[in-house]
Ligand binder design. Sequence first.
Ligand SMILES: Cc1cc2nc3c(=O)[nH]c(=O)nc-3n(C[C@H](O)[C@H](O)[C@H](O)COP(=O)(O)OP(=O)(O)OC[C@H]3O[C@@H](n4cnc5c(N)ncnc54)[C@H](O)[C@@H]3O)c2cc1C
Length: 383
Amino acid sequence: MRAGVHSLTDVQNKILQSHRRFTEDEIAPHANAWDQVGRVPREVVAAMGAAGYLGALIPAEYGGTELDMTEFGLLNEAIGFGCSSVRSVLTVHSMVSQAVTRWGNPDQRRAWLPRLASGEQVGAFALSEAEAGSDVAQIATVAENDGDGYVLSGTKRWITYGQGADVFLVFARHNGRHSAFVVGRDTPGLTVTPIDGMLGTRASMLAELRFDKCRVPRSALLGRPGFGLAPIAAAALDVGRYSVAWGSVGLAQSCLELSLGHARERRAFGGPVFDHQLVQRLITDMATGVSAARLLCLQAGELVQSGAPTAVAAVWMAKYWASTSAFRAASDTVQIHGAYGCDPDGSPQRLFRDAKVMEIIEGSTQIQQTMIARLVPYEEKRS
Ligand SMILES: Cc1cc2nc3c(=O)[nH]c(=O)nc-3n(C[C@H](O)[C@H](O)[C@H](O)COP(=O)(O)OP(=O)(O)OC[C@H]3O[C@@H](n4cnc5c(N)ncnc54)[C@H](O)[C@@H]3O)c2cc1C
């Protein structure tokens, strides 16, 4: 930790610092340039593979690093500190890795996991469509049985790293329910069209995927037919939500460090702007918000790791708090930087745009505001 109050153990802090060193060497110095060109170079993704980051949720027997959930969280904080676009790639790849690990049969695990763990192949998560985002049950992509395989037809939209991924986890209507399929990028009938210029996480290389009578073998079906949305997508989205929660902590931490640095150096009315109490208030809220977010994320990580029944609620709370406080922190970072905050080459405006995205993906703020109330454990009193 370079600024702020935290409750990490010495071991956790060392882990965070080692991932932060990777970020500071490989990612943070380039984040603004990647945002401007709208691409994360494949070499950076390969470096994450070489560092074991892409195998974070993959068992060691398949070449993964099998991190526990707290360490996976700290990794997401460190990468999110440097660049939310890169962290987004880690998020969707980890969602696919988790799904294949958990629901794949032994042949599917052997076929896909070693390459996902090394980064030879990168995964992307293809659920959303033009007419179905929060309400995922409305997806219109269909899968039809065809001899010993399936034929997929439909269009997926806003697929993070769709431009670069090698393998897609695709959800489709199938025999009146929903099923999940692992589809290689080179499958005939699949067309990938880049979506550039998004508001935030601009370098995460979004794409639209069009499946035009795209035939996949029987081995592409992940888990049992009809298990696509629940449990497969739901469990993957839990992982994505957890990753975005920690990534938002990293983003807010970056805001805090930038704001402290600028406020102490920039002078107005005879001294550093830091000396003005209204600026101190912004930094107070930012530092408190990031500490609280990290604590909620640590709590969520422990509960997920131990398989506690309250883990799902804890992850929702962590993502809700972390994403909303990251957006407030990013907005205040622009404010504290004044015109520098609006500079096209500076980090504050990128953080501000990226932070808005954190409130939309993996369950929007409004969905969280209704879901968490329903997830809060309650024991009815018996009279
Ligand atoms: C940068 C980026 C990356 C993305 N990456 C991926 C990806 O990799 N894979 C993928 O499948 N999808 C991806 N998405 C899509 C993302 O998952 C959806 O945008 C998200 O689920 C919200 O859906 P929507 O945009 O259709 O909004 P809608 O569901 O149409 O919601 C619109 C508004 O209505 C509100 N709303 C909706 N329902 C309710 C309700 N019940 N109660 C209260 N308010 C409600 C929402 O909060 C929102 O404010 C990405 C999106 C972005 C912006």
